[in-house]
Design a protein around this ligand. Structure first.
Ligand code: ZN
Length: 172
């Protein structure tokens, strides 16, 4: 009888632990399959809804961590979707921003921009575009979304990662 009660208690703890771990390791993972997320992405492009397209792209990327801007752009083309991910080269990235790819790598060179408008119709202020779809794919391999960067900025040399307050000389 004691063994039985003990087993029940152990099982209860295992169940609790498993559900707790699941919640912690999936804080933002959308509760949809990759196919559902992909269908949503195509639907948003068909319906010409740019905001939905951007949102659907983010949730698709979350449920398919192995997909990159390059593989998603290729899939969009094969699906004949008008949705595109275009890379832009900016003369300067604001110090308070950082370019992060879908795998979380930072310090990317180009700005990845999901769009439903033909690239030639995008405003000049978005930056320089690649010369054609093939070069765009090459740029996408080194692209990221522009997001807020919370790392410290040095007021002396205007670079990130250190502040002069605690250093007399800026690192090289
Ligand atoms: Zn400095």
């Amino acid at each position: 009888m004691y063994v039985f009660c003990f087993a029940i208690v152990i099982l209860f703890f295992i169940k609790f632990f498993l559900s707790y771990k699941f919640v912690v390791s999936n804080p933002e993972r959308p509760n949809i399959t990759s196919q559902e997320a992909w269908d949503k992405l195509l639907k948003a492009a068909d319906e010409n809804d740019t905001d939905d397209f951007k949102e659907a792209l983010e949730s698709y990327a979350k449920v398919t961590p192995e997909e990159t801007f390059v593989t998603i752009e290729k899939k969009l083309r094969s699906a004949n979707s008008k949705g595109r991910i275009i890379s832009f080269e900016r003369p300067e990235i604001p110090l308070t921003k950082v370019l992060v790819d879908l795998q979380g790598n930072t310090n990317k060179r180009y700005v990845a921009t999901p769009t439903l408008v033909h690239p030639t119709r995008l405003p000049r202020t978005s930056g320089n575009r690649a010369n054609g779809p093939e070069e765009n794919l090459q740029w996408l391999a080194d692209s990221g979304f522009m997001v807020d960067d919370r790392s410290p900025v040095c007021f002396n040399c205007k670079r990130k990662g250190h502040i002069t307050k605690y250093l007399n000389v800026c690192p090289l």
